[in-house]
Write a protein of this length. Structure first.
Length: 618
């Protein structure tokens, strides 16, 4: 009787299957385990994680390394993926002409139009010009309210105020007449005096309606069509804000500028193409598709993309002890996205959603380092470590242990760094492909679009549904259902959007409403996984025709996602393909496909036959 272990080292996780190969040459998988991968996939650094995973699987069986006759490693070429974001537009204000932000507590509400006047000059203002008061930070709220009231009582028409400190509500409460007040304007010194300004404050829970619409801005300021075109970036930057100020200065100029992000050169087996990153994801992916199969992708040196590609190449070169020049970027996935960005020249730290392109790149190196890994492992545990079995083939073998499957079959392995597809036909021939872009890319998109700057919380948002804590005793889930609690929730959750994780409720540090967060999450998944599923299957399907595949099985960590399988199923339904999540050995769900495939292949080699794998398992 011999025990063997199959080990699948992935970008994110290392999975193990321990099996018993009995004297009468039967194979039984006894246990499995999963740990985070240590080091970059396919390099010697993985040994630590592998040992942990083996320990975890062996312990409950009462076995030690000495009981293992072999450890089987997947023949994974090291693949590293890198994800980056290139901003391709930015809003630039050359004259101070706009304020638009979300102060937590603006005062009053409504739209007001007038000429900007300093607080101290209000009383001197002539009575017929409507004023917008500018209140600098040095004046406290009581004094500000007093001066405003005094000017009002003298008949100066004041329509609204722009305040530096966070005092709008305090001032407003003391005024004899209500007016909209925008506060927290950091650069108040740069607000031009004597210019026509429009200010708008939305009611609680709403966002402004007028100053985010170019035609309303045109109405307020009597703009001609040419001038209206120029205010489009203003309107766009103000969309969704709670309060806003637009000031018309004679030379005020606001533009959306496209930033050159660099060029990509796609070198295919048959043809080449060049595309500028700022043309956006659609244009890039159209070229990638045209040039496929790709041999290499080069980026213009000295640009942002150039930098990203250089980084990926360098990391890979160091890890595999190869010269940088031999490392090739073999696939990219580009997606259009938005990135909140400081408005250049803005007065209140305004953010505008700049267009950005997210890029995932993938580098595949030679198999050499796997041998080093096997040696390192052998030194550690004194068990034969055998590199054998191409990952994609093992994954298919493992996937075929899903009850109800048989060749021909296609699998999609939805991992962290790459999306892989393989197809097995009736005669057992297997074709496979690795594409850049998977779970990590989704997390990055969620992180940037919501401006979280916290990958950890972005990862949680990806994994779990959201809810809104409406009172301390109930919350509304994103599907609309309401959950009540007997014990009060923690007060810090009150009124917050939370992620409903397995370990409890996690508040999301953002002012975005629940609907927006959910939409960003779903779009990120669509953009990465639906596109890659179609792209991958097109490359492995007979004649590139997805319709010729009848069954597709999903494996890998991202197949556990609560939305992704459904999105892929819907997309593939168009091609008449039946899609579902794998259930490896009838017990593992979409996990452990490669590790299971490895032990099966071993048994097959030993027995000289391929036994059908279905009755395996506990
Ligand atoms: P790899 O083979 O590259 O190591 P995995 O198959 O382990 O990758 O998949 C890792 C990816 O799966 C990560 O992006 C992770 O966020 C995602 N993932 C893991 N568990 C879940 C889950 N329950 N829901 C959604 N995504 C998940
Ligand atoms: Mg994997």
């Amino acid at each position: 009787m011999a025990f063997i272990a199959g080990v699948d080292v992935g970008n994110n996780t290392t999975e193990v299957a321990v099996a018993e190969f009995t004297a009468d040459r039967e194979l039984r998988v006894l246990a499995s385990a999963i740990v985070m991968t240590t080091g970059i996939k396919g390099t010697a650094g993985n040994a630590v994680g592998i040992v942990d995973a083996l320990d975890e699987a062996l312990r409950p069986l009462g076995l030690t390394y000495a009981d293992l006759s072999a450890v089987l490693l997947n023949e994974a070429a090291p693949v590293i993926g890198d994800v980056a974001m290139e901003t391709i537009t930015e809003t630039v204000i050359t004259e101070s002409a706009m304020i638009g932000h979300n102060p937590s507590t603006p005062g009053g509400q409504g739209l007001a139009l007038g000429t900007t006047v300093r607080l101290e000059d209000l009383e001197a203002a002539s009575g017929d010009e409507v004023c917008i008061a500018i209140v600098p930070g040095g004046v406290d709220f009581e004094e500000a309210a007093r001066l405003l009231n005094r000017a009002l009582s003298k008949g100066v028409p004041i329509a609204g105020a722009i305040v530096q400190k966070d005092d709008a509500v305090l001032i407003h409460n003391r005024l004899v007449r209500p007016m909209p007040i925008v506060d927290e304007v950091k650069e108040i010194g740069r607000v031009p005096v004597g210019m026509i300004a429009a200010i708008e404050v939305a009611g609680p829970g709403r966002s402004i309606e007028k100053l985010c619409n170019p035609y309303d801005i045109a109405t307020v300021f009597c703009l001609n069509p040419e001038e209206t075109r120029h205010v489009v970036p203003i309107a766009r930057a103000l969309m969704g804000t709670r309060s806003a100020v637009v000031i018309k200065t004679p030379r005020g100029d606001i533009q959306t500028r496209r930033i050159p992000a660099g060029r990509l050169k796609l070198i295919g087996r048959q043809r080449n193409a060049e595309v500028r990153v700022e043309e956006g994801a659609e244009a890039i992916m159209a070229q990638v598709r045209k040039v496929a199969p790709l041999v290499e992708i080069a980026a213009e040196p000295g640009t942002h993309v150039g930098g990203m590609f250089e980084h990926v190449r360098k990391v890979m070169a160091t890890l595999t002890h190869q010269p940088v020049s031999t490392v090739r970027v073999q696939d990219i996935l580009a997606v259009d996205t938005f990135k909140p960005q400081r408005v250049i020249g803005g007065l209140a730290g305004e953010l505008s959603l700049g267009n950005a392109v997210g890029l995932a790149a993938m580098v595949e190196a030679h198999r050499l380092p796997m041998q080093l890994l096997a040696e390192r492992l052998q030194e550690k545990i004194h068990v034969d470590a055998v590199v054998g079995g191409v990952e994609a083939e093992m994954a298919i073998r493992g996937a075929l242990t899903t009850p109800g499957t048989e060749p021909p079959l296609a699998i999609l392995d939805l991992g962290g760094g790459s999306t892989d597809a393989s197809v097995i036909n009736e005669s057992g021939e297997i074709r496979s492909i690795h594409l850049a872009g998977a779970g990590d890319m989704v997390t990055l998109l969620i992180d940037t679009e919501l401006g979280l700057e916290d990958r950890g919380i972005a990862e949680k948002i990806k994994h779990f549904p959201l809810a809104k804590v409406e009172t301390l005793f109930h919350m509304r889930h994103e599907d609309g259902s309401v959950q009540f609690f007997h014990q009060p929730l923690h007060p810090r959750l009150f009124g917050r959007v939370v992620v409903v994780t397995d370990e409890g409720l996690l508040p999301v540090e953002t002012r975005e409403p629940l609907g927006k967060i959910a939409a960003v999450r779903q779009q990120a998944k669509q953009k990465v996984f639906v596109r890659n599923a179609v792209r991958a299957l097109e490359q492995v399907a007979p004649y590139g025709n997805i319709r010729l595949l009848s069954f597709v099985v999903l494996v890998g960590g991202s197949a556990l996602d609560f939305e992704i399988p459904r999105m892929i199923t819907d997309a593939l339904m168009e091609y008449g393909v039946v899609t579902g999540r794998a259930n490896i050995r009838g017990v593992e769900g979409p996990r452990n496909a490669v590790a299971t495939g490895l032990v099966l292949a071993y048994a097959e080699r030993e027995n000289g036959v391929f036994r059908t794998a279905c009755p395996l398992g506990q």
